[in-house]
Write a protein that binds this ligand. Sequence first.
Ligand SMILES: [Zn+2]
Ligand SMILES: [Zn+2]
Length: 322
Amino acid sequence: MLLLALSVPISLAQRCPPGSQPCPTTMADYHYPVITTDDDNRYVTSTRCPPYANPGWSNPGSACAINTTYTFPLHPKFALNPVPVGEELSRFEGIYYLKEDPAPILGAIGVLVNGVVVYGRGSPCGAGSRCPNAGTGAPSIYVDAVDSEGNTIDQCGGHPQQMGEYHIHSAVTFMNSTGRQMCSLPADSPGNHSVLLGWMFDGFPIYGQYSQGGNIPTALDQCHGHTHEIDGIMTYHYHMPMSYPHIIGCFKGCPEASNNQQLGSLASQYCPNGGLDTDPQPAFEGPGGATVPTTSTASTAGTILASVLVVTSTMAFLLLLL
Ligand SMILES: [Zn+2]
Ligand SMILES: [Zn+2]
């Protein structure tokens, strides 16, 4: 009898940190995020729970409701140089490793409009990552999370980590309308710029894979963002890619330090005096998707034109002398 009792699993209940509950497994119990603004910031208060049904929520951790308010500057400032969130190093035993310097930002880097938290692309070896043991010649202690954790993600590209924080590393699963519906996100309309999907911690918005006219974005910078008019206002924004860098390549703006403890030192390093009002390395997409020259290219062209005019007028003057 005793042996029989012991052979039954002790408990199938999910385990969450003290004070938090397992995420709901049905849509009826889901709480949508509350989004408010004041003069300076947008605030997104989320339970961090996924708004789609999954009876398990336990791979590799258990998804838990952890009420959190994230802050996004309403008037984002540009960093002097893009802030790295995780840079590729090399492939080893089939997995992409990331550089240790600059170290990848671990944990949250943004939030989707459905309240799901977006993590960076880096993952430390040994924390649920498929990663060789130390001493095997691995080139770094960080790996690409999509590469190394891909076998644990659900139908929306997410999973909970060991402390119960549900998150995504990639948007690939909800790039089409079926995925958007399945993951409780707004769908794109054909022939138009993709809809807003969320905000990164520097305050800049992030959209789906399509730019103006429903076309593939042009003039994307290394952060996977660019600038063009949205609703009549020139706006820097990110586009989610179908592949590397998975979400964003870097922060173009100054990240809000209160959202992730790793961001404080980066904000002071890349944004002395609070950052810049204008983009130091602008990447413009013209109306309809054509790339327009940046200010520096335009002034170079202007200098060449001025030189030609000087030469031409000098020649005319010489001709007059003859
Ligand atoms: Zn993860
Ligand atoms: Zn765009």
